[in-house]
Write a protein that binds this ligand. Structure first.
Ligand code: KG4
Ligand code: ZN
Length: 350
């Protein structure tokens, strides 16, 4: 029997994180679990086939685990929500297929969640922002696969203000990490190494700095780092130089992101009443970048909000929460809904 006001089970399998979570109808996290697939590190990037097989192997146990820890029976669930794109299609099929199976077996609604909408709505989880995060707000989504700024006007209501014209910012961190001989993913390793380095020593470019609009570009910066590294003899770089390059690269990214955020805030403020700048995605973990964005926000009369790191990176809490938000508006999906590797936020409708 359907219990429309029951807890929601959320499932995330769009990339290399297998995750499940159960949220109460009010949005309290009853249980969450996440498995970061380690098998990809040896290949220096996510291998889609390995990811899909790992989701298939681990998702059933993860779901059983969160249901037990939440103390919720399937029959009590109000809905089951799964990331249904964008992402790697094999993983999306595993996660949404599993969710549809639960929905069919236990007679509850299925919610096909746009993974980007899940990132966009996370900040509205109860308790993250005093008195909640009201619409509209400005979102900077900074991850390995996505790099865009979006006006979030409501559930299913998004206005894209700009995005990367080449690489995503996390992708640039990963490529620079590789050039410097660090492990994968590169972001955390580059940040760690940059702490020892001099950000001024190498004058690296700041792509699109000061240009009108809210777009980003990182491939020229990555190429500049590649040229620098190519000037050294083969083999590991001298430790001092590697640290200075990492620090120079990170400083350039922070400058560019702060500049682009300034432009986006100006554009947003012309049309919208909200003054919240929200960052999400793995790159939001970077302390230097957060600091630069915090300063840019304050200069423009905005407040920066970054959800806790585990909710910034891919997770199932955000999927369950987006499911709840949609369920409250009566937005559910048929079981023949097809997951899609590409589905931009602007294409959503509430
Ligand atoms: O959001 P996320 O977990 O997954 C998706 O890409 O969807 O983001 C992962 C990205 C990777 O590119 C990783 O290198 C980057 O976030 N990242 C960082 C840091 N931690 C993770 N980049 C810069 N500094 C960090 N501390
Ligand atoms: Zn993501």
């Amino acid at each position: 029997m359907t219990n429309e006001s029951g807890p929601v089970l959320g499932i995330e399998t769009s990339c290399d994180e297998t995750a499940a979570a159960v949220l109460s109808p009010a949005g309290t996290i009853l249980a969450e679990a996440l498995l970061s697939q380690s098998a990809h590190a040896a290949y220096g990037g996510v291998v889609p086939e390995i990811a899909a097989r790992a989701h298939l192997a681990h998702l059933p146990d993860l779901v059983a685990d969160v249901m037990t820890r939440a103390g919720v029976h399937y029959a009590e669930l109000g809905a089951v929500a799964a990331s249904s794109g964008p992402g790697l299609i094999g993983g999306l099929i595993v996660g949404s297929g599993f969710a549809k199976g639960v929905s069919l077996a236990h007679g509850m609604p299925f919610v096909a969640v746009n993974h980007l909408e899940a990132h966009a709505l996370t900040v509205r989880l109860p308790g993250l922002v005093p008195d909640g995060a009201p619409f509209p707000y400005l979102l900077l989504l900074l991850s390995g696969g996505h790099c865009q700024c979006v006006a979030v006007e409501g559930v299913g209501k998004y206005r894209r203000l700009g995005g990367t014209i080449d690489d995503a910012v996390g992708e640039a961190f990963d490529k620079v990490g590789k050039l410097l001989g660090l492990g994968w993913p590169g972001g955390p390793a580059v940040e760690k190494l940059a702490r020892e380095g001099d950000p001024q020593r190498f004058g690296l470019p700041r792509p699109l700095l000061g240009r009108p609009g809210c777009d980003f570009s990182f491939s020229g910066l990555k190429t500049a780092v590649a040229h620098l590294v190519a000037g050294y003899p083969p083999g590991p770089l001298p430790a001092r130089d590697a640290a200075d390059i990492a620090a120079g690269f990170q400083a350039s990214v922070a400058d560019v992101l702060a500049d682009r955020a300034r432009h986006a805030m100006a554009v947003f403020a012309r049309h919208e009443s909200g003054r919240l700048l929200v960052v999400a995605g793995g790159v939001a973990a970077n302390a230097v970048i957060r600091q630069a964005l915090r300063r840019a926000a304050a200069d423009n009369g905005f407040t920066l909000v970054a959800p806790p790191l585990r909710l910034c990176t891919d997770n199932a809490v955000m999927v369950a929460w987006a499911g709840l938000e949609r369920l409250r508006l009566g937005l559910t999906d048929p079981l023949d809904h097809a997951p899609r590797p590409r589905c931009p936020l602007e294409a959503l409708s509430a």
